[in-house]
Design a protein around this ligand. Sequence first.
Ligand code: PMP
Length: 398
Amino acid sequence: TTLFESVELAPRDPILGLNEQYNADTRSSKVNLGVGVYYDDEGRIPLLKAVHKAEVARIEAAAARGYLPIEGLKNYNKGAQELLLGKESPLTKEGRTLTFQALGGTGALKIGADFLKQITPDSKVFISNPSWENHRALFERAGFTVENYTYYDAASHGLDFEGMLASFKNMPAKSIVVLHACCHNPTGVDPTLEQWKQIVQLVQEKDLIPFLDIAYQGFGDGLEEDAKVVRLFADLGISMFISSSFSKSFSLYGERVGALTLITSSADESTRVLSQVKRVIRTNYSNPPTHGGTIVSSVLNSPELFSLWEEELSGMRNRIRNMRQQLVAKLKEHGVTQNFDFVLSQRGMFSYSGLTSDQVDRLRNEHGVYAVSSGRICVAALNSRNIDYVAKAIAQVL
Ligand code: PMP
């Protein structure tokens, strides 16, 4: 027998499979709403001006490319942490915060999951139903049992808040609960701040371990506004994990820019935790890459570039909001009587459109409009040229 003889073919990634089908489609009117990427009104992935300026400066500086520290660039970590916790976090002053440059939000989740497995191996992990499809796979691969908590309510196109609370009440102490701190992927449905306050209270009462995932900070209501949930948790002072990503907010998908932030109970704990997380990183990839981290760090630490970035991020957020409004208006124009107003209250790049998988199939086959079979569409892939076509196609399959 050969070494690889018994290796079975893994199931295809459903979203990447969809992309392959889209690329092979020869219809010029085709539209890909299956992706999780922000496109500008020209249908291109933008290179932000703030990023470009930082890159030009970096190339001109002709800097050497030595190894970074295991935990990454100091100023990158400081900037990433301040976006989450604010500039004046008392936790930081007490030495209770740690931030590690990570290979995207995914890398942050992976380092966090591996470290959790080391310190609390018998905990269960709970993720929202539904959640970003990699959450389950990633925590299972780290050795955990993963279960769902109630989240989305298809009938109301909103949150099943009572169900969510009930799930939390049933979780064993020390369970790890993965929460989307803003702009839930895939539904676009977030709890209100009032609801979050109840969730936070329950997490504390039930002695759960919060793992906040924030991959879309700035895409909800703004950088500071979208950090509110993180700060609600931080105000409790309980130990927690936060994975954050700049992939979307900096339009730097391929640079793998993210961060893992931990809150501990004391400076002494931090010292020990730092040493152990560094070991997890060291045995995975040794240390993070320089380019993306340096660019993000330059932007976060320059007042001029920061305000340019914030302006560009607002531009992305407002364009998505505008597309939501146009989609709802155009569906009405094309004779749809069903109420789609829920699309307006959803947050971030995605909308759970309520389309069934049959309707999604018809959209693709009859109109060349590609969406995920769950009905998730990427609103950030709509633009002034394709929106009318998409609305008309949806109207025809309803
Ligand atoms: N968490 C969520 C909820 C996401 O949607 C994503 C990206 N799609 C990630 C984490 C991973 O982000 P990154 O691409 O930076 O690894």
